[in-house]
Design a protein around this ligand. Structure first.
Ligand SMILES: Nc1nc2c(c(=O)[nH]1)N[C@H]1C(S)=C(S)[C@@H](COP(=O)(O)O)O[C@H]1N2
Ligand SMILES: [Mo]
Length: 199
């Protein structure tokens, strides 16, 4: 029998277990944008899902915010090495947006106002793994962080989480996005340190 430490209840998950290799924790919320912040008014805002056969479903701001909302609290990891624990969002699960969409696609390209794109396997958007968020920490999402609304897909490096999202295009073949074309890893799993193409 070894030493019993009072209050120790076996394998307790600590904060450091939640930090992927090569990352450090921050309490700040850094802004990382490849260009200027596009100003998108909620009146003209629209979110579309476009299938490989060109079929289109779209939501106005009013329609989007009337969909069932979720409030995920998740850890996020930027490839520039900051991680932030327990970020709280409010938005619509991709499961809701893709529920009635008929498609044989295996991939998605997320398009943002301003031209940014990110690609990911469609399955990484499904089963409770991704949201289009429009609130952060109890407030409307600030424009610098992607407001009116952004993708949040916390299990991949945060460059996949396109800010100012305007469309999700479903594709049969994988089409690299903005950073993926510039040498970043095509998938971007922070736990496997998939930062750059050769990782
Ligand atoms: N449209 C758009 N989305 C984007 C980016 C961008 O430059 N443009 N940067 C990505 C990167 S590299 C990161 S780390 C996160 C940063 O989000 P934040 O600025 O809210 O921290 O947004 C991602 N989504
Ligand atoms: Mo990033």
């Amino acid at each position: 029998m070894g030493i019993v430490t009072p209050g120790f209840h076996g394998k307790r998950r600590t904060d450091s277990d939640r930090v992927p290799p090569g990352q450090y924790l921050t309490d700040d919320f850094p802004v990382l944008s490849a260009g200027p912040t596009p100003r998108v008014s909620r009146d003209s805002w629209e979110l579309a899902v476009i299938t490989e056969s060109g079929e289109r479903a779209s939501w106005s701001w009013e329609e989007f915010t009337a969909l069932p909302q979720e409030t995920p609290t998740v850890d996020i990891h930027c490839v520039t090495r900051w991680s932030k624990l327990d970020t709280s969002w409010e938005g619509v699960s991709l499961d809701v947006l893709l529920a009635d969409v008929e498609s044989a696609a295996d991939y998605a390209v997320v398009h943002a106002y301003g031209g940014y794109t990110a690609n990911l396997p469609l399955e990484d958007l499904l089963d409770g793994k991704a949201w289009i968020a429009h609130r952060f920490d109890g407030e409307d999402l600030h424009p610098e962080h992607g407001g009116p609304a952004r993708l949040v897909v916390p299990h991949l490096y945060f460059w996949k989480s396109a800010k100012w999202v305007r469309a999700i295009e479903l594709t049969l073949s994988d089409e690299p996005g903005f950073w993926e074309t510039a040498g970043y890893h095509n998938y971007g799993d922070p736990w496997r340190e998939e930062r750059y193409q050769l990782d």
